[in-house]
Design a protein around this ligand. Sequence first.
Ligand code: AGP
Length: 610
Amino acid sequence: MCGIVGYTGKRKAIEIIVPGLHKLEYRGYDSAGAALVGTNGIDLHRAAGKIENLEKSFLTSPPDRNATTGIGHTRWATHGAPCVRNAHPHLSQNGHIAVVHNGIIENHVQLRARLESRGYVFKSDTDTEVIAHLIQEFWNGSLMDSVSEAVSMLSGTYGIAAVSSDEPDTVVTARKGSPIVLGDCKDECIAASDVSAIISHTNRVIFLDDGDIARLTPGSIEIRNPEKTMVTRPSTVVDWDPGKIEKGGYEHFMLKEIFEQPESLENAIRGRLIPEDGTAKLSGLQLGPSEIVRITNIVLTACGTSYYAGLAGAYAFEQISGIPAHIEQAAEFRYRNPIVAPDTMLAAISQSGETADTLAAVREAKRKGALVMSICNTVGSTIAREAGRGIYLHAGPEISVASTKAFTCQVAVLAMMSVLFGRSRRLSNADGTFLINAIASLPELARRTLEQNDAVKSIAERFAEASDFFYIGRGYMFPAAMEGALKLKEVSYIHAEGYHAAELKHGPIALLDKNVPVVACVPSIPGCGKTMANIQECKARGAPIIAIATHGDERIRSFTENVIEVPECPDFISAIPVAIAEQLLAYHIANIRGEPIDQPRNLAKSVTVE
Ligand code: AGP
């Protein structure tokens, strides 16, 4: 969602802030702005729409290029329309303080009323503006102290960066529920809402903990915890290659990330497979066999694409490990007072590691005494840190809002976990070895699926004008169908529904006709014969069929000529090649329709609000 960049050092702040904002574009936003601590006070620039509009505004209203301290923001509207007036930064009444904020201030209405009664005049509809006025209200000559007092009044979530013309060369940041990461550089300091805006300057970063406030001056960082005690937070080295957050010759990040999957899967499994023992080594879990064997129930929780990966994972846990497992939508888990039985393990799955509902589910599960672990891609993210134990995907930065390589790596990690857990129970060495070898083949399976790119493109050309799609599958292909439909909706804006193949005739089949293509996920795995019968039912209603089927399966050709072939593999990992085929289909359809694939309307990469 919103993005923050702050800088103080010796360089021209605007030249760090604007490129930093570009690096955060993938998070989704609808206005942008920057505030510099200039020679004549705060120099404010804001524009609705893309960052390019902000840059264009510099032609008529040039930023103070001598300023070496400043903050910038990309806003994804929550309170108030996406217009200049509501764009961040927001200024205090006296104009001396500028603030950018990610998150939601839940008590902003009450705070606004109180500040208005004290003579403050609001210029925006945002919840953020109260923070700027509160800092002025508590001003005691120290930006850090004043921010500290201001945030003590706030309920809700925030990641904040503030500057003041009364304390030049200083950026103060604070976080509660919305991440802030600091770049640990020599002679200068950078703060941002995620590593992407920092990585081209340094790979050594410090993640603030919830409740922390940090004061950055050129080359020094001072952090206070919620008890106002000075603390040192560890510095982490992030092994992202800055080149990975560039498009590298691809037209879109989504396509680049789809094609990166042989490599990302390789990274996700590297060093984690022990074929001779028929098991996996997942050190981040910090669980030995005697502890694993005591886990009698697995609850997976996640949102969106990560939820569908979890659904496939739940099937694998039951089938391979023999442990009862189910997935819960994270927003449900947090509010419905779930029963957490003794020896329950909660696995929170999140690419970003910042999804508000998934984070809340982690906290609720911890309160209820579950053993909590995370499966995240973003190193040092809040979910990964709060879970305490977990497995990183190592998929590399995922910039496209539509998740692709994270999904396939999540399924791969869950497959490895299932084998590991199975080996402490009923899974034999020989069976474990078979499964581990199958997991080892994932990069090659991905490579072979990607060879279908041209075939998928031709199919996309045939169906790009459709306004409704169905995706069907059963067993492991049910989550695959759901994920395929989600991907198409997100990037092409076509209405698409994922359905269990057997459920279709209980209602939705009424919608089928020659204008509604059905994407049938039907690789040769148990249950595929039944789905073939369901395909026949769709065909009988005139629906065109696009089949994702195993290479060489001739049966499917009698139903349709629109076949995307995936290589043969065991069922527990079959969602991976099928998802890659679906990603290509969604991508090409969206591209033909000319949609803004990497940043679809209304969507944000990381959903940090409920
Ligand atoms: C995926 O394409 C989506 N953009 C979205 O559903 C996403 O998977 C969801 O918001 C969860 O995000 P997370 O994995 O970062 O927690």
